[in-house]
Design a protein. Structure first.
Length: 149
């Protein structure tokens, strides 16, 4: 099984928002620069994440994307399913001369699919942020607006 770039970029983008945004909306341009993701591709990814209810968007000069839920409530599996659909190693409906063999092997692949989804759901975005802090990853400085008259 191979996870697509779309799913990998999606997980990185959600992690970036959780790690760097401090609850504020983050613009695609900032995420794209920090994570080295093409901005146009990131826009498509965020549309899917928004449809899945994982992120919200805000328009305007201080707009961007923010997490729709707390980082500890969003799992890596949620992000991957939002972008790729369910993780399935089975191909139900396939016909062969020996239906019993197919049933036995497909049951194994169904079990593997369930285990993979469990592993992906065991990792929250908050735990990725903890790993980032533990590895010494620096958070970006908060936006400060200075007004002078």
């Amino acid at each position: 099984m191979k996870i697509s770039n779309k799913a990998r970029y999606g997980v990185r983008a959600v992690f970036d928002i959780a790690f760097h945004s401090d609850g504020c909306a983050t613009q695609i341009r900032e995420i794209a620069e920090r994570q080295a993701i093409p901005p146009r591709f990131l826009e498509q990814i965020f549309q899917d994440l928004k449809r899945a209810g994982l992120v919200t968007s805000k328009r305007g000069p201080r707009g961007g994307y923010a997490l729709a839920r707390n980082a500890d409530e969003i799992r890596v599996g949620d992000v991957i399913r939002a972008l790729e659909g369910p993780v399935a190693l089975t191909s139900r409906g396939e016909q062969t001369a020996d239906g019993a063999s197919l049933s036995i092997t497909e049951d194994v692949f169904a079990e593997l699919s369930t285990r993979i989804q469990s592993c992906l759901d065991a990792v929250s975005i908050a735990s990725l942020c903890e790993r980032g802090e533990a590895s010494g990853l620096r958070r970006k400085a908060p936006r400060r607006y200075v007004y002078s008259i």
